[in-house]
Ligand binder design. Structure first.
Ligand code: PGA
Length: 266
């Protein structure tokens, strides 16, 4: 297996979405019972549009796929417009043929969330682990809802959201009192066990988090920096998110070399 951290500066968000969707579809072709880890937020929407199109226009089937979402809010009903269960239905699940019983979200209801979180982890293991995990990154460096100072070994659990995350997402709530302050998230340890990680980041707002994650020290203060410990992670960045990287030219050259030396992997 290749061990690598790839940093791809893409010409546009569309190019990033094209590349990530192509990776998902190639993985699906070689393993029809693929286990996919999905993310929410504005970042992965372009990928989901492409997966829906592949299903509708090219007949690609997700009928044997199993999915695990990264996170969900505690305190929103499943049909609340801001719940991630609704988000995923709207952007992906209603447009493809993944069987509803194969779709999993971290638990957010019930008296014993801690044991439900352990069951969620056991379910991932029972499915053979996550083959391919999609990620975004928060402006504070979070992945999933693993906020700064999350244990790098953390597992699925309930997290208190930071003021930064609450402010970044406040625009979705007409009534500020409705915005959840807690979420259940896969842990950093959980994410690191996915076989491949594909992280997209767009916009200048994320540029400092991206630089800290890629070029800074591994630190719980920037949870995405833990991905430096992952053997197969690719960052798909637009030029704004890449703008503060100090080795931008080097990453471009490495990408060109990779395309020349191993065209099937590039
Ligand atoms: P966004 O959120 O895709 O809406 O920017 C990403 C994240 O906070 O992980």
């Amino acid at each position: 297996m290749l061990s690598r951290m790839r940093i791809l500066e893409c010409a546009s968000r569309d190019e990033a979405a094209d590349l990530v969707a192509a990776e998902v579809l190639a993985a699906l072709r070689s393993k029809p019972d693929l286990v996919l880890g999905f993310a929410t937020g504005s970042t992965p929407v372009g990928v989901y549009e492409r997966l829906v199109r592949a299903h509708r226009e090219d007949g690609v089937s997700f009928g044997r796929v199993t999915t695990f979402n990264l996170d969900e809010y505690v305190g929103l009903s499943p049909d609340h417009p801001c719940s991630y269960r609704i988000f995923m239905r709207r952007h992906l699940f209603d447009g493809i043929d993944v069987p509803p019983q194969n779709i999993h979200f971290p638990p957010v209801e019930g008296a014993d969330l801690a044991s439900a979180c352990r069951e969620f982890e056991a379910r991932i293991r029972a499915c053979g682990g996550i083959d391919l995990q999609l990620l975004g990154i928060g402006s504070n460096g979070h992945i999933g809802f693993n906020e700064p100072t999350s244990s790098l070994a953390s597992r699925t659990r309930v997290m208190t959201l930071t003021d930064k995350t609450l402010a970044d997402n406040a625009r979705f709530y007409a009534d500020p009192g409705e915005q959840p302050r807690l979420a259940t998230t896969m842990g950093i340890g959980t994410i690191l066990e996915a076989r491949r990680v594909l992280l997209q980041s767009f916009g200048f707002k994320k540029a400092l988090a991206v630089r800290t994650a890629i070029e800074g020290s591994v630190s719980s203060f920037c949870p995405a920096s833990a991905l430096q410990m992952h053997p197969d992670v690719t960052f798909y960045l637009d030029s704004e998110s890449a703008s503060l990287l100090t080795m931008r030219d080097y990453y471009r050259r490495a990408r060109e070399d990779e395309a020349r030396l191993a065209p099937e992997d590039a």
